[in-house]
Design a protein around this ligand. Structure first.
Ligand code: ADP
Ligand code: MG
Length: 698
């Protein structure tokens, strides 16, 4: 960066030592460059004057030009009030002040022309404008154009660095930019997307004359920010990859082939096939695979996992499948065993509740290589669990495993096993690109054929009797039902009480002997949970009352109704996960979202989204718009969100373009050695050095 941009901020006209200290402390502005990148968050249109006769009201800003025709002071109750009648060609409005009357009053000259700016309000059918900005027309400097609005702080405001004060500084600074702002984006990109030059963008973002000016400026600056972010992510990935050694699986192997031709229970969907091809490619590179597999509930990830593991086994390696709960691990174990029943593949299950003497056998089998697939929970991560030759690890539902746990799995071998992470919580593509920059992402975006859409409805608490009536009808048809209660950490005891009183109410409304009710929640012993689960699985009970422990993996095809209590308290992706527990059999399934009678607009939008869509990716997209990337990814603190101008939710098209362009450049010139890319290289070396520890986020 050049000397001009690095000039300390106190040397800017109008700043000085005191204000400089505040700018550094309050908003992190140390240099001219920092101030140039302190962007306005919106603009007020100064080019347009409203007519008093057709003012928009509520809180919209309005700008007027007219004359003061009368000034009056009054005391209403104990409050003093100054009123000025202000007139333009179309009508009259009251300007009102409640404070600062003694210094405002002398400014109001009868018959003089003014520019007025403020929020127009209506009180008791009378138009007025409280505390407007007021400038005599002859003194109005900026008669047209847009006024930038900057965020500021109390301390800055006290030193006259309110938005207007900051505007004065930036407006002055940008007058000196000519020839001092080097271009950072490659010329072909500037041409392709018609982005304006950097110098012009930094000028216009602070001093636009029209809406087009600031849109052009902001678009260019947003793109620049996203482009360098994507370049950085891709470079980091490239660096990690070049360092990583991984097992080579040169063959798909006989095991895979014989399973594929003789034991596959159904034809793979196109998406399953595509994903397998992507995985297969990774196995041929000699590098470590680190792949995220996104696929909606029921999209058939388990089969992909098995086929992937069979490739590993066919190449004489062992495989592990890790699940977040015992229930889920056990279910995977049963499914896999069934699928490979006729193949020479040894599958074992290891969870916290496997007995000690059985464990010893498992440990032996792992060490001497007779066990091919180990399915389990966190228990797999214990140090006593040693494999003879672990080549591939599949992790189901990754959002429950942390980075640290993943890393431990890798350490089980000198060369880390390939990792396939499966998640049924779809993440919008642009976020996946950014937050899982270190992973490759595969997507199963197609459900197996013949699925019946789950019918989802929203019912208020006041409809409970009718809902229960419906449940009884379904049970009479032989169906089973889940009723799920929220259990959220902070208020666990309260939630627990809700669950228990709900359970009692249900037991009363669905009396024995006709109806039998199971209950499963987190405070039960694993053995009791298992017992209750099994009663439901075997069809001995018709209703399963549960907390979100059943969120993942539970598979009871005869269960066709999911009732979610207090559904306004669940996030969208959680609701979608829960709903995925039904719709697994041949019967029409239902999801009933129960809520209280009063809902916020946002909650209503969430519920409506659930009712209208069954598509996990679409739902994730709405979630992103509603909650923003930080809440969605649970990484509020992450450096990835310290974006100054771009927004990962609103600027998705730019994210995609930025990613594509960055990828193209690195494909053609991975080390950025071509003359045309030297400038990029210089910038990126600087960025990589300034954020060394920021590689592992996922
Ligand atoms: P998830 O992606 O949620 O883990 P599963 O792997 O449990 O989904 O698959 C859901 C159901 O779909 C299972 O019963 C599975 O046997 C079935 N299934 C998987 N792939 C196919 C396919 N290609 N055609 C038909 N059914 C399939
Ligand atoms: Mg699954």
């Amino acid at each position: 960066m050049n000397d001009f941009l690095l000039t300390p901020i106190e040397f800017l006209k109008g700043v000085g030592a005191q204000r400089a200290e505040l700018l550094r402390q309050e908003i992190g502005v140390f240099t001219f460059n920092d101030l140039l990148h302190y962007f306005p968050f919106r603009y007020i249109d100064r080019s347009h004057y409203h007519k008093i006769a057709d003012l928009p009201y509520l809180d919209s800003h309005a700008q007027l030009r007219g004359t003061i025709i009368q000034v009056a002071e009054a005391t209403v109750g104990r409050q003093k009030r100054l009123t000025a009648k202000f007139q333009d060609a179309s009508g009259i409005i009251d300007l009102v002040w409640f404070q600062g009357i003694h210094w405002i009053k002398p400014l109001l000259k009868m018959g003089a022309e003014y520019q007025i700016f403020g929020k127009a309000k209506v009180y008791g059918n009378v138009w007025n404008m409280p505390h407007p900005e007021l400038t005599e027309w002859k003194d109005v400097a900026q008669k047209t154009g847009l006024q930038p609005v900057y965020s500021t702080t109390e301390k800055l405001t006290a030193k006259n660095l309110h938005s207007k004060g900051i505007e004065k500084l930036t407006a002055n600074l940008v007058l000196h930019l000519a020839g001092k702002i080097p271009e950072t984006l490659p010329a072909p990109i500037l041409q392709e997307y018609r982005f304006i030059p950097r110098e012009k963008a930094l000028y216009l973002v602070h001093l636009p004359k029209s809406e087009q000016d600031y849109i052009q400026a902001r678009t260019r600056l947003k793109f620049e920010e996203l482009f360098f972010l994507q370049m950085e992510l891709l470079l980091r990935k490239q660096i990690t990859l070049s360092k990583s050694k991984g097992f080579l699986f040169p063959e798909v192997g006989d095991l895979f082939n014989s399973f594929y031709s003789d034991h596959l229970p159904f034809t793979l969907t196109g998406a399953q096939k595509r994903v397998l091809k992507e995985i297969r490619k990774d196995f041929l590179t000699g590098h470590h695979m680190n792949r995220l597999l996104q696929g909606d509930v029921g999209s058939g990830k388990t089969l992909v996992a098995l086929l992937t593991m069979l490739i590993g086994i066919g190449n004489n390696y062992q495989a592990a499948l890790m699940a977040p709960t015992e229930i889920l691990a056990k279910q995977h174990y049963v499914t896999l065993k069934e699928l490979v029943a006729e193949l020479p593949v040894q599958v074992e299950l290891l969870t916290g509740s496997v007995k000690k003497k059985d464990r010893i056998g498992i440990h032996e089998g792992l060490e001497n290589g007779t066990i091919h697939i180990l399915v389990g929970t966190h228990a797999l991560l214990e140090d006593v669990v040693q494999f003879s030759n672990l080549g591939i690890v599949v992790i189901d539902e990754q959002h429950r495993f942390g980075v640290a746990q993943r890393a431990r799995m890798w350490k089980k071998n000198s060369i880390p096993p390939h990792i396939l992470i499966m998640t049924a919580t779809p993440i919008p593509r642009t976020l996946a690109m950014t937050f899982y920059g270190d992973l490759d992402v595969s997507v199963i975006d197609e459900l197996p054929p013949g699925r019946k859409e789950i019918s989802t409805v929203h019912r208020y608490e006041s409809h409970r009797l009718r809902v229960f009536g419906f449940l009884k009808e379904e049970i009479a048809k032989g169906r089973q039902i889940y009723i799920v209660y929220p259990l959220i950490h902070e208020s666990e005891s309260l939630d627990f009480n809700n669950l228990m009183s709900g359970y009692e109410a249900i037991s009363r409304s669905f009396p024995l002997p006709e109806f039998k009710v199971s209950i499963v929640h987190g405070q039960m012993k694993p053995a009791d949970k298992e017992f209750e689960m099994q009663r439901f699985v075997k069809g001995e009970t018709q209703i399963m009352v549960a907390t979100t422990v059943i969120e993942v993996g539970v598979n009871v095809p005869n269960a066709s109704v999911m009732v979610i209590e207090s559904s306004e308290r669940f996030g969208l992706s959680q609701l979608h996960q829960l709903r995925g527990r039904v719709g697994r059999g041949s019967e029409q399934s239902f999801c009933i979202l129960m809520t209280g009678d009063k809902l916020s607009k946002e909650t209503l939008k969430r519920i409506e989204t659930m009712v209208s869509s069954n598509d996990g990716f679409e739902i994730a997209e709405v979630d992103l718009q509603l909650r923003g990337p930080g809440d969605l990814m649970g990484t509020q603190q992450s450096g990835l969100l310290n974006l100054k101008i771009a927004d990962l939710a609103k600027d998705q098209q730019l994210v995609i373009i930025a990613r594509d362009e960055a990828r193209k450049i690195l494909e053609e010139d991975p080390r950025l050695e071509r003359p045309a890319n030297l400038r990029l290289r210089e910038i990126l070396v600087h960025i990589l050095k300034s954020r060394p520890d920021w590689g592992k986020i996922a």
